[in-house]
Design a binder for this molecule. Sequence first.
Ligand SMILES: C[S@@+](CC[C@H](N)C(=O)[O-])C[C@H]1O[C@@H](n2cnc3c(N)ncnc32)[C@H](O)[C@@H]1O
Length: 335
Amino acid sequence: MAGDGVKGAAGDTRRAVTVAEALRAGAAKIEAAHSQSPRLDAELLLAEALGLRREDLFAAPERALDRDEAARFEAFVRRRQKQEPVAYILGRRAFRTIELEVDDDVLIPRPETETLVEVCLERLAGLDVAEPLVLDIGTGSGAIALALAAENPAVRVIGTDVHPVPLDVARRNVRALGLEDRMSLLAGDVFDDLPPGLRFDLIVSNPPYVTPEALRRLRVEVRGFEPYVALRAGDGGMEFYRRIVPQAPAWLVPGGWLAVEIAEHKAVEVITEFVAVGRYEQIDVRDDLGGLPRVVVARERAAGVAPSVSRADAAALEAALDDAHTGARPVAPDG
Ligand SMILES: C[S@@+](CC[C@H](N)C(=O)[O-])C[C@H]1O[C@@H](n2cnc3c(N)ncnc32)[C@H](O)[C@@H]1O
């Protein structure tokens, strides 16, 4: 490990540790602390300690670490051994095409949420609107809103969060990505504090959806470091769907879209919520890259149309039921 040898100390005859040796020893320590990706973690942390890109490490396996570099790497590995997520140690996380500042006041954006962004981009592309207006409820780091604005240059986004501290992180991300012109942030509790009269072409949310019981079973990496307010939901994990799904039609333009991320075992319950409101059509479920149901999306049905379960709604419900009945699913997302 890095502490086995450093160069640069006067009179110090110990051999400096190389990149390859540091990676091997660091990964072994991180593995012993139950990381699911010890080698990758070690590479990311060593690259950060050396001020290099990860791929640069592979070109220089014999490069020797100096005393400061070795000390920095050791400190990072010690934090990772305590199961602190790599993203919090680095202070950033890649998400689709962008990189976001993150700290322990915000949820670390998950690969599953990239699927939610994908679904939103597809629905936006199908709209005949010059500058679609999007609302991202519970924006946290700003991940969803910023990814949408970055990948669709016509879109304008409002990101809201009930907690002021994540909004500070989101504000820094908006500035760092130069998206101030097309993204605004508001403090607010779901729809309660929005200026009346706003109408959105698309509303998206990755709300808290972990029950308190499931939260206790999550890995230390999640439950010990990530903000509970970003994870925990009452009402059997349904708290936010039972607020967002019935209220969203009043905030959508006719034919606007609502897309929400879900826990993989909640598809049936969430679709049932959409159907019960009687104001949605084209209800659909999308799997994430791991093949688990992750997104429910639906289109607002213009008011006045008789509420009924359309063929598409019924098919979506049936597919979700099939999914729920096949294969064991993990209890809760832990990224
Ligand atoms: C699961 S995190 C999602 C963060 C980010 N959108 C993402 O996908 O990475 C949920 C977010 O909802 C926020 N939140 C919790 N309760 C809320 C409420 N009542 N109204 C608005 N936002 C809320 C949390 O602060 C947190 O940032």
